[in-house]
Design a protein around this ligand. Structure first.
Ligand SMILES: [Fe+2]
Ligand SMILES: [Fe+2]
Length: 146
């Protein structure tokens, strides 16, 4: 069974972003399902995809002056750091963490796509509507209109 099934709930209406997210889900499922012998290869493919995926979104945010650039890109950075840590642990003889990563990334992606990526897709479709700005943790977001 796939870790994460692609569904309409994951479609954000931004075609390049949706295509990238379909690829993310496919590579995530491959990471969670493939044979142990190819785990490193699948992990590297997943990390390479994620680096390009996040950089593309970061670029859209920079170019569009997206108000949530910092919190969104910081979350990307944190996730990439975890992926690289898991790769390091794999090489140190802890392959079981690859499966843990795949499981956790399924949960994380569903949440991230429904919140941060959804706000970005909506902003890119209509920047004049504004978007919430990053706030210190625990404070509500204030909508910023341009
Ligand atoms: Fe994304
Ligand atoms: Fe994102």
């Amino acid at each position: 069974m796939a870790l994460l099934d692609w569904s309409d709930a994951l479609v954000l209406g931004n075609e390049p972003m949706d295509d990238t997210h379909r690829e993310f889900v496919a590579l995530l499922n491959a990471l969670g399902e493939g044979p142990e012998e190819s785990a490193l290869e699948r992990l590297d493919a997943f990390i390479a995809h994620t680096e390009a995926h996040f950089e593309q979104e970061n670029q859209w945010m920079r170019e569009g002056n997206f108000p949530m650039l910092h919190c969104h890109s910081q979350e990307h950075d944190g996730v990439l750091m975890v992926m690289r840590e898991v790769r390091k642990y794999y090489l140190e003889g802890k392959p079981q963490l690859v499966q843990v990563l795949a499981n956790e990334m399924g949960v994380w992606f569903t949440q991230h796509a429904a919140t941060m990526d959804a706000m970005l897709a909506s902003y890119l479709a209509n920047p004049s509507q504004g978007a919430p700005a990053c706030q210190p943790e625990g404070e509500a977001c204030a909508t910023v209109h341009s």
